[in-house]
Design a protein around this ligand. Structure first.
Ligand SMILES: *[C@@H]1O[C@H](CO)[C@@H](O)[C@H](O)[C@H]1NC(C)=O
Ligand SMILES: *[C@@H]1O[C@H](CO)[C@@H](O)[C@H](O)[C@H]1NC(C)=O
Ligand SMILES: *[C@@H]1O[C@H](CO)[C@@H](O)[C@H](O)[C@H]1NC(C)=O
Length: 316
């Protein structure tokens, strides 16, 4: 606890300290510091070099050709990345807390970098997307935006997505108009939210991050839960049609298939649950059997979700 509250000095925090007291240090970038100072690991402080070339204007300072090494930081590790960016650009930093540029303290390192014009602006993304809109489908534009925000680190992903939200949602609007048979429905927030959810799904697949971690607004998952969507689809079957499928196909099951079918149906009817493994050579009607089982369950207005793990699906 004590160690966490008063952590030992590091090379970086010692550099902050000498920048407060040493006018020469204030002229340096963190990466330049090792040319003039050495780190005393036992007393944990930085000391001016005693040997080396004289530095004009600073009689007590000696310079060598020592090179400093700074750890690299992936841009995904965002605040850490922007802190490092500041350290290689801002002379004489005095603390972690003071993300100060021209007297203004910024809430985030990123914002301070932005103010110092250290970041590329989003102009090229702002021309890329409209270019894509000319010929790409809304779903392709969503994928493009997902690629941009999860791998290209734009300055202001929020603005980009806001600007093109209509263009990325047109297919969803169309689907809703068709499924509700109402062509007067206009673009609305819920539709934008659905687009955002789809974008989040792609980002999550690509880099394992939710939108909120990528500088974007978090979509409202409750408003449109992924599982509910599956469930909704499960409720849209035409029961009469399924009944017919069951009536025609159950008599076509051979004796072994029928045995499996009866076993599964009994487990469902008795509400015992269970885990069953069906193994048989290819072409012997496993898929046919499963489709009859699914149809039977769905015909009774129950929910049957068919899923496959990729390894197994690859064998089928
Ligand atoms: C973005 O950067 C480009 C080139 O660096 C510059 O020409 C343009 O004015 C900048 N746009 C904005 C909005 O700052
Ligand atoms: C994007 O959609 C908006 C609203 O429908 C439209 O005004 C705009 O022209 C579209 N952008 C492009 C580049 O086509
Ligand atoms: C983002 O949008 C806000 C308002 O919507 C605007 O104030 C801000 O300047 C925009 N940022 C950029 C980088 O364009």
């Amino acid at each position: 606890m004590q160690r966490a509250e008063t952590p030992p000095a590091t090379i970086l925090t010692s550099f902050f300290a000498i920048c407060q007291s040493d006018p020469f240090a204030r002229t340096l970038l963190y990466s330049e510091m090792p040319r003039y100072y050495t780190w005393n690991a036992s007393s944990k402080n930085l000391q001016r070099r005693k040997q080396g070339d004289a530095v004009p204007g600073y009689p007590d300072v000696r310079s060598t050709d020592a090179l400093g090494r700074m750890s690299t930081v992936h841009p995904k590790n965002d605040e850490c990345f922007y802190l490092r960016l500041l350290l290689v650009n801002v002379r004489g930093p005095t603390s972690f807390e003071r993300r100060t540029v021209n007297g203004v303290i910024f809430p985030k390192y990123r914002a301070a970098c932005e103010e110092l014009n250290l970041l590329e602006n989003d102009t090229h993304w702002d021309t890329t997307i409209p270019e894509a809109i000319i010929s790409a489908s809304p779903s392709q534009i969503r994928t493009l935006l997902a690629v941009i925000i999860s791998t290209c680190f734009p300055l202001n992903p929020c603005n980009l997505s806001h600007k093109y939200k209509d263009n990325m949602s047109e297919d969803i609007l169309h689907q809703i108009r068709v499924s509700s048979r109402n062509h007067d429905i206009e673009m609305n927030e819920e539709i934008h939210n659905r687009a955002l959810l789809l974008i989040e799904d792609i980002c999550y697949l690509m880099c394992g991050s939710l939108l909120i971690r990528l500088g974007m607004p978090a979509p409202n998952r409750e408003m449109n839960d992924a599982f509910n969507r599956e469930l909704e689809r499960e409720r849209e079957y035409d029961h009469q049609e399924l009944d017919l499928v069951v009536q025609t196909n159950v008599p076509l099951l051979n004796s072994q298939q029928k045995e499996v079918y009866d076993t599964l149906m009994k487990a469902i009817d008795d509400e015992n649950g269970g885990l069953y493994f069906l193994d048989a050579p290819g072409g012997t009607g496993k898929t046919f059997l499963m489709s009859v089982v699914l149809a039977t369950v769905r015909a009774r207005s129950n929910t049957a979700v068919a899923v496959a793990s990729s390894g197994i699906a690859a064998h089928c």
